[in-house]
Design a protein around this ligand. Structure first.
Ligand code: RTP
Ligand code: MG
Length: 136
């Protein structure tokens, strides 16, 4: 995968509340091309693997429960400077701190149920895309 790609998930709260279309619309309007897309349920085991980097954090067990509580939408996105530009588009982890115009400002409900995931590095974007879509 080229470094002009990032990986995202629309999280269970946003899927449950019928925000898939609204969020994908903001992503496309932000200049990203959707190159892979899949709606899927994560088991607690798979959610735990995905967020294994946070295994020692106090919120880990709640995060795994939340991420396996309903369907998610996984996607690979393409754009110049994709990782950094997508983090800008989604906004701060805690929606109380998210800028106007960001996806989390519009759709996130709490620091945990914050509507979307975005990769934090090119390396993790590749690992996370492979987690769902396999090596291409
Ligand atoms: P993400 O990985 O999902 O894009 O989010 P992020 O980089 O903005 O935040 P990160 O620190 O990687 O945290 C991963 C996810 O864990 C949940 N969280 N809950 N209860 C809490 O204090 C807390 N802190 C983080 C959120 O769902 C967060 O996006
Ligand atoms: Mg993160």
């Amino acid at each position: 995968m080229a470094t002009n790609r990032t990986f995202t998930m629309i999280k269970p709260d946003a899927v449950q509340e019928n925000h898939i279309g609204g969020i994908l619309g903001m992503i496309e309007a932000g200049g990203f091309r959707i190159v892979e897309l899949q709606k899927i349920n994560l088991t607690a085991e798979r959610a735990g693997q995905f967020y294994a980097v946070h295994a020692e954090r106090p919120f880990y067990n709640d995060l795994v429960k939340y991420m396996s509580s309903g369907a998610i939408v996984a996607a690979v996105l393409e754009k110049d400077n994709a990782v950094a530009d997508f983090r800008t588009l989604i906004g701060a982890t805690n929606p109380a701190n998210a800028e106007d115009g960001t996806i989390r400002k519009k759709y996130a409900k709490s620091i945990e149920a914050n509507a979307v995931h975005g990769s934090d590095s090119d390396e993790n974007a590749q690992i996370e895309a492979d987690f769902f879509f396999g090596s291409k």
